[in-house]
Design a protein around this ligand. Structure first.
Ligand code: 3H9
Length: 706
């Protein structure tokens, strides 16, 4: 790690004939205007100073440079532009060396590629992740990376946005050598001295030809990438532009290629997808900072417990074991415990089969797993997650038992999906230690963790929930207590909108198509079939007595469940899955059942087009989300956005439902709801917050910084 420079965003320091430029712009050395200016001025000064023989670029703190300053996008550009800074570095008459440690990403890697020589330290992460922000590398990266690493490797990095290790970067030709130490300055100076001793001259990436010499191979890589993007990139804008830019690297002289890259970059910068993706980037960092995380320190988290070895309990245990933590799982008897353990092992066995884990990895994890049939085994756990049957009496009994055995200060969490945390907490003598930790299924894979804060949850209890999320690499979203919290409560409403459309004339296949066309990986009926129709059926039956009698209740899904058609696991649901197929095919019998249900309900079906399906689905979602924000269940609109991006696969390039609503315009969403209301006035009730914002010309975003 390099020392922080004492002053300025770019500090200059002489080490004999080597001018060391230290980029120092906490927290991640993003290339803000003052960094760009500092670099441009210092490179110019080096040219004018006869005593400077070489220039060394290093980053202060934990990273080299994390890229362009994302906060500047969408604001008026300030000179100098990053491509010009890179070109000035490349044009230097004195050799420029970059010593990379930590993140060398995006514009940071582009600076390094413009330098003449590169050395990387262990742990360095090199990447061109602009695609994740709806952009392409716009400071020469699309022209220089292929010239060093070839078209195939450069495309892979730019289209995946992944980070390459120092070792991989060396093998790709992106860096010239590795250092084994931990000091970027020392490694860079030693390399620069060695180069000077050899009389090394500037070596410009723009002139490199070897990696693109086999033009046929490069063209084949471009064609293959294009085919793959067309097949997979569901409406994304920037991947195709990245490929166009690499095509220019192959076809055009360097300076013309840079101009092409610039034009394509500006198109991406202007796109709503860029705005959505940048919103998502900041929103997911913001949700991790709940008020309680500022107000209190988390409690220790060394030993964990899970009550319940069902699908959720086992998934939660896996997530904890994967994070390197020891876990005690408690079940009521030996048979249930054996099933719980088997579920945990099953996850690892599947990973081994897929080649993503080895036997030693499984053994290491299972060595931290302990099963027990007595609550006493949880006596020294710092945090215990209850994941038993979704029933208030069962849950309160578990919490009363936990209250008896848990040590003072242990955090007691319920994984309930919709039950009242305050009532659960009241079953203990320590409600301040109780909160909800709502994992999504499969719990070891899904990133979202709703941290449900009860009326009496202590700030450090909540901070511990957020700390657990950090350790498990989950994305935490703070939620208040209500039926379904943030994600499930809103889901229930827009799922209802889908049910109404289905009974009114849209087929489930049409609805799934429309939702996929919007950018979701799958539609609601595919999701039901995947999760198992019996789960929703059980919930509907449990809630039948408390259902609002004024709301239309669509029974189609019940008719399928009564036949035992629970989706993929039974071979049929809304779709048919012959011979264990993973992708369903439409089922004419389902359509006949839907027809019969329409007749029973006295409904004459009408036609729906894709646009109307999308408008209804999203308006229902946004309207309920507005209620969730107004009631303080979600702290801000951005918390809803993050819950939907990570809980249900809302298309990230649309930023989340609230960001999307702002893009469309709140008056239009409100007009949609008012248009739909006459048919189902009990369902379509404009949310007061939506009305207030739309009528005062404000946006959901205006509440994000409140
Ligand atoms: C680009 O380079 C375009 C060019 O090709 C062309 C230009 C012409 N800017 O993630 P963390 C903030 S596009 C501004 O929690 P970590 C972040 O918001 C860019 N701010 O830390 C947070 O702020 P706060 C391509 C940034 O250690 C704080 O830094 N580069 C930027 O877990 C800490 O962040 C990327 O896409 C930024 N570029 O992870 C890389 N980056 O404390 C994006 C971070 O107020 N960054 N912040 O919440 C990352 O992937 C991770 O931040 C990184 C560190 C791996 C670097």
């Amino acid at each position: 790690m390099a020392e922080r420079a004492p002053h300025g965003a770019v500090a200059s320091q002489r080490h004999d004939g080597i001018l060391v430029l230290t980029i120092d712009n906490p927290p991640v050395n993003a290339l803000s205007a003052d960094v760009r200016r500092g670099l441009a001025d210092a490179i110019q000064a080096a040219q004018d100073d006869a005593s400077v023989q070489a220039v060394l670029l290093v980053g202060a703190g934990r990273n080299f440079i994390a890229g362009a300053d994302i906060r500047e996008f969408g604001k008026p550009p300030q000179p100098p532009a990053l491509p010009d800074v890179c070109n000035a570095i490349e044009a230097s008459a004195k050799p420029v060396v970059a010593a990379l440690h930590g993140a060398a990403l995006g514009g940071g890697l582009e600076i390094a590629l413009a330098a003449h020589y590169r050395i990387a330290l262990p742990g360095a992460r090199l990447g061109l992740p602009e695609v994740n922000l709806g952009l392409l590398p716009g400071a020469g990266g699309t022209q220089r990376a292929p010239r060093l690493a070839g078209a195939a490797a450069a495309l892979d990095l730019m289209l995946s946005g992944r980070h390459a290790s120092a070792e991989e970067a060396l093998s790709l030709g992106l860096v010239d050598r590795l250092d084994s130490g931990a000091d970027a300055l020392a490694a860079g100076l030693a390399y620069a001295r060695e180069l000077l001793a050899q009389g090394a001259a500037p070596r410009r990436t723009r002139d490199a030809t070897a990696a693109l010499a086999d033009r046929a191979a490069a063209q084949a890589a471009i064609d293959a990438a294009r085919a793959q993007v067309e097949a997979r990139a569901r409406g994304l804008f920037s991947p195709a532009k990245i490929i166009d830019a690499v095509q220019a690297a192959l076809d055009q002289p360097f300076d013309a290629g840079l101009r092409t890259e610039r034009a394509l970059f500006l198109q991406c910068l202007d796109s709503p997808q860029r705005a959505g993706l940048v919103h998502a980037f900041f929103a997911e960092r913001e949700t991790a900072k709940a008020p309680e995380t500022r107000a209190a320190q988390p409690r220790p988290l060394e030993r964990l417990g899970v009550v319940g070895g069902g699908t959720m309990g086992a998934g939660i245990a896996v997530a904890m074991l994967d994070a390197g933590l020891p876990v005690v799982m408690v079940e009521q008897d030996d048979a249930a415990l054996a099933r719980g353990r088997a579920r945990v092992e099953q996850v690892y066995d599947l990973l081994i089969k897929k080649g993503r884990l080895d036997a030693a990895g499984k053994a290491e994890r299972m060595a931290r797993y302990r099963g027990a049939t007595s609550y006493d085994a949880l006596a020294d756990a710092d945090l215990i997650v209850e994941a038993v049957f979704e029933d208030m009496d069962v849950k309160t009994a578990v919490f009363a038992a936990l209250d008896r055995v848990a040590k003072p200060g242990a955090v007691l969490a319920s994984n309930t999906s919709y039950l009242d945390i305050d009532r659960i907490a009241a079953a203990t003598r320590r409600p301040a230690d109780v909160l909800g930790l709502h994992f999504f299924s499969p719990a070891n894979i899904m990133k979202l963790l709703e941290v449900v804060v009860g009326g009496r949850s202590a700030p450090d209890t909540v901070a511990t929930g957020f700390e657990l999320a950090r350790r498990l690499r989950k994305v935490p979203v703070r939620a208040g207590v209500c039926d379904g919290f943030i994600a499930n409560r809103i889901l229930a409403v827009h799922r209802q909108a889908a049910e109404l459309m289905m009974e009114d004339g849209a087929s489930p296949y049409q609805i799934d198509d429309a939702v996929r066309a919007f950018g979701y990986p799958m539609g609601p009926y595919q999701m039901t079939d995947l999760a198992g129709g019996d789960i929703g059926w059980a919930t509907r039956k449990r809630r039948a007595a408390t259902r609002d009698p004024q709301l239309r209740y669509v029974q189609i899904a019940d008719r399928l469940c009564e036949r035992g058609w629970f989706g993929q696991k039974t071979g049929r649901g809304f779709y048919l899955y012959p011979d264990g197929a993973r992708t369903g095919t439409p089922d004419p019998e389902v359509l006949a059942i839907i027809d019969a249900e329409r007749q029973r309900a006295g409904i004459t079906p009408r036609a729906f087009d894709q646009e109307e399906i999308q408008r209804r689905y999203l308006a229902a979602m946004i309207n309920e989300a507005a209620n969730v924000v107004r009631e303080g269940i979600a702290l801000r609109p951005l918390d809803v956005d993050v819950a939907f991006l990570y809980g249900y696969g809302f298309p990230r390039h649309r930023g989340g439902p609230m960001h999307y609503a702002d893009q469309v315009g709140l008056p239009r969403i409100l007009a949609d709801i008012r248009e739909f209301a006459p048919q189902d006035p009990h369902f379509w009730k404009p949310a007061p917050l939506l009305v207030e914002l739309a009528e005062s010309g404000r946006t959901f975003a205006s509440l994000n910084h409140a």
